[in-house]
Write a protein that binds this ligand. Structure first.
Ligand code: TIU
Length: 220
């Protein structure tokens, strides 16, 4: 069984029972004019991880691992968007409003789509989610169970919001989770670093973390 050098200790996984979960690599978070920038953020730290995420997906597909993309987006009527989420931040242009990339964070709009370099490929799974965590109000747990997935290699954006929430939700459901740390990013680099530390502290209270190179070393 492949075993990789990780923190807080070695992580063993069977690729046949492992999914790479790529969180919310959408234009709304990575491109100017999207939700992330409307929130006041500089999107460049998120753009920087795209090449590493491409390598991660290529490795996963070559090793026969299931690739699963999540997408934070709402239905056009916002029936799945709590009013509290829409109101948060008091944005002049917020969720559901017309913006530079179409209606903000609405499914089917240009901003909700994945960045061109990381579009889902045939065989990948795509989960649309209304919350920050990928298990909330989705069929993700049943989808993973049906495929015999027990281990998750987690990547994407943003580290302290949707990535961390999803990893905590997965850990509570019994999945063995590893954050591919250089395939995840935050608008706040200090938050990214702090999340990595808190996930692996206390003996891996939420799971493991390792760089992509450690995964490549274990598999190639
Ligand atoms: N704002 C922020 O950091 N993140 C989000 O709103 N969603 C995700 O993390 N995908």
């Amino acid at each position: 069984m492949p075993t990789l050098a990780a923190r807080p200790y070695a992580y063993a996984f069977d690729p046949a029972h492992t999914a790479v979960v790529l969180i919310d690599m959408q234009r709304d978070f990575l491109e100017p004019g999207g939700f992330g920038e409307l929130l006041g953020n500089d999107v460049r730290p998120l753009q920087a991880i795209v090449p590493a995420c491409q390598r991660l997906l290529a490795l996963a597909r070559a090793q026969g691992m299931q690739v699963l993309h999540t997408q934070e987006a709402h239905d056009p009527l916002l029936a799945d968007c709590p009013p509290s989420k829409k109101a948060r931040g008091g944005l002049a242009c917020g969720i559901g409003d017309p913006g530079p990339l179409g209606r903000v964070l609405v499914a089917g709009e240009p901003g909700a789509d994945f960045v061109p370099a990381l579009k889902p490929q045939p065989g990948d799974l795509v989960i649309r989610k209304p919350g920050k965590g990928a298990f909330h109000a989705t069929g993700l747990d049943a989808i993973l169970h049906a495929r015999g997935i027990t281990h998750l290699l987690i990547a994407g954006v943003t580290t302290e919001v949707c990535v961390q929430t999803t990893m905590r939700e997965a850990n509570d459901r019994g999945y063995e989770c590893l954050l591919v740390e250089d395939c995840a990013a935050s608008y706040f680099p200090a938050f990214h670093a702090a999340v990595v530390e808190m996930l692996v502290a206390q003996g891996g209270i939420v799971g493991w973390a390792a760089p992509l190179a450690a995964l490549e070393a274990a598999l190639l």
